[in-house]
Design a protein around this ligand. Structure first.
Ligand code: NAD
Length: 484
């Protein structure tokens, strides 16, 4: 059945200088419903000339009304926008579920998180300040935190609303003007967000949105000589290209590139408390989460018990269309389904402990069954590579040192969790693990928008979320006045 999107904006337009306009070529890209493989609409196929227009509009906004706003006014604007998003949570959740394929309640969580980002950055906008620095006799020295100017935001398809909230929300709070290039596979909530920003009274040009392909609109934005900062979330391969393009313009980049995040369960761990996190962190959004926990490291004396309890949960997982609101929806695209299926094929030599089940025949949707493997050697490809699907491996270990070596033994370093009642071990492990976030006896801490987030190694660099993002989206200027 073809689902009606009920959009209140035209998805085939770009938002440039406060107006919804067709992209210069008039070309479009198909919009697919991952739950049934049907085409549900089209989006604009923006290219370099559209990006040029968006960047120019953003510079005009900086020179005009947006550049003159006070921090308090920007905060008030973000609160107004947050309220408009809040009033539309159900609409946004349904649109996201149809576009991304994620179960409705997970899409609703994303919309709620977007509201929280706007509230957080609304409240923080007028609390960012520089410092005075004691210096030589006759001098007064202080620092100013200034917006970069025009910031480019390249957003993937897995959590559009959350990633827009954390990057565009923070960039606007400190006075940048933004050009947003959402993912070609899922860009509807980016357009909805932009329309609500207009309704909230954002001066024209302060936020511009150009949908299109990564190789066209995305590449044009990252290489643009008049963009002063790039925020990118996506794959390592694309992240490298983005950083190389930005390097030619000597422009700073924030890269958030995914991971192979471990949960480390020690023999004194509380399994009842851990169990929901062990599984949910692997299958949420069908595993298409940069901070998905795809590796479960278990101390050998608890191995059989943890594997069996996780297997019970896996056998109860229901897979089906996004609007059926089950545990696991489809993957974003047939391409992603192919990638994950080929990883499952490469796991044929492993001990498959359990799988989820389809509620009905999967039809043409991009489904795979959530799959749990146990007894996996850390050198196996499924224990090393980011799969970006609902697949987890259980890896045994004997000692704390071995657990640390395995946890730190991939190219990635995004997040990790430690399950143990031993306080000294909690502190030791938190120091030894090489990731941007470490959780003790939880995983993800509820996704808190207040918590700085970002990677080490090939998970990327720079931090978004929390107050830290405000530093990331500003340039620090030192002023030294000699007055005798
Ligand atoms: P991708 O990195 O190619 O796309 C992410 C975003 O970058 C999209 O908006 C895309 O249009 C844009 N993009 C692509 N090429 C670009 C270029 N040359 N210059 C500028 N922007 C460009 O990711 P994908 O192809 O959608 O997914 C492939 C893999 O990436 C997945 O299997 C997964 O492993 C990983 N991924 C990670 C995350 C994450 O949150 N870390 C998100 C999405 C995908």
């Amino acid at each position: 059945m073809t689902e009606n999107l009920n959009l209140w904006f035209d998805p085939e337009k770009c938002l440039i200088a406060g107006k919804w306009i067709s992209c210069a070529s008039g070309d479009s890209l198909p919009l697919m419903n991952p739950s049934n493989g049907e085409r549900i609409g089209a989006i604009a196929r923006g290219r370099a000339s559209d990006i040029d227009a968006a960047v120019a509009a953003a510079h005009e906004a900086r020179k005009g009304d947006w550049g003159r706003t006070t921090a308090a006014e920007r905060g008030r604007f973000l609160f107004r926008l947050g309220k408009l998003v809040e009033d539309r949570i159900e609409d946004l959740a349904r649109i996201e579920a149809l576009d991304v394929g994620k179960p409705l309640k997970q899409a609703r969580n994303d919309a709620v998180a977007l509201v929280r980002y706007l509230e957080f950055y609304g409240g923080a906008a007028d609390k960012l300040h520089g410092e005075t620095i004691p210096y030589l006799e006759g001098y007064t020295v202080y620092t100013l935190r200034e917006p970069f100017g025009v910031t480019g935001h390249i957003v993937p398809w897995n959590y559009p609303m959350q990633i827009i909230g954390r990057s565009v929300g923070a960039a606007l709070a400190v006075g940048n003007a933004c050009v947003l290039k959402p993912a070609e596979d899922a860009c509807l909530t980016a357009l909805a967000f932009a329309d609500l920003a207009r309704e909230a009274g954002l001066p024209e040009g302060a936020l511009n949105v150009v949908p299109g392909l990564g190789s066209e609109a995305g590449a044009a934005l990252t290489a643009h000589p008049n963009v002063q900062h790039i925020s990118f979330t996506g794959s390592v391969a694309t992240g490298v290209q983005v950083q190389m393009a930005a390097a030619r313009n000597v422009v700073p980049v924030t890269l958030e590139l995914g991971g192979k995040s471990p949960q480390i369960f020690f023999e004194d761990g509380d399994l009842e408390a851990a169990l929901p996190f062990l599984v949910n962190a692997g299958i949420q959004n069908a595993g298409q989460t940069c901070s998905a926990s795809s590796r479960i490291l278990v101390q050998r004396s608890r191995l059989a018990e943890v594997a069996e309890r996780m297997a019970e949960k896996y056998r109860a997982l229901k897979v089906g269309p996004a609007l059926a609101d089950l545990d696991v929806g489809p993957l974003i695209s047939a391409k992603q389904q192919g990638i994950v299926s080929s990883f499952l094929d490469r796991g044929a030599d492993l001990e498959k402990v359990a799988e989820g089940r389809f509620l009905d025949a999967p039809g043409e949707g991009n489904y795979v069954k959530p799959t749990l493997f146990a007894g996996v050697d850390p050198s196996h490809v499924l224990a090393r590579d980011e799969i970006f699907g609902p697949v987890q491996v259980i890896i045994p270990f004997d000692t704390e040192d071995e657990a640390t070596a395995i946890a730190n033994g991939t190219d990635y370093g995004l997040v990790a969790s430690i399950w143990t009642r031993d306080g000294a071990r909690q502190m030791r492990m938190a120091k030894k693990i090489r990731t941007g976030q470490v959780f003790i006896n939880n995983y993800g801490a509820g996704g808190g928008v207040e918590l700085p987030f970002g990677g080490m190694g090939k998970s990327g660099h720079g931090r978004e979320k929390g107050f830290e993002a405000l530093y990331g989206f500003t340039s620090l200027k030192t002023v030294a006045a000699y007055h005798g």
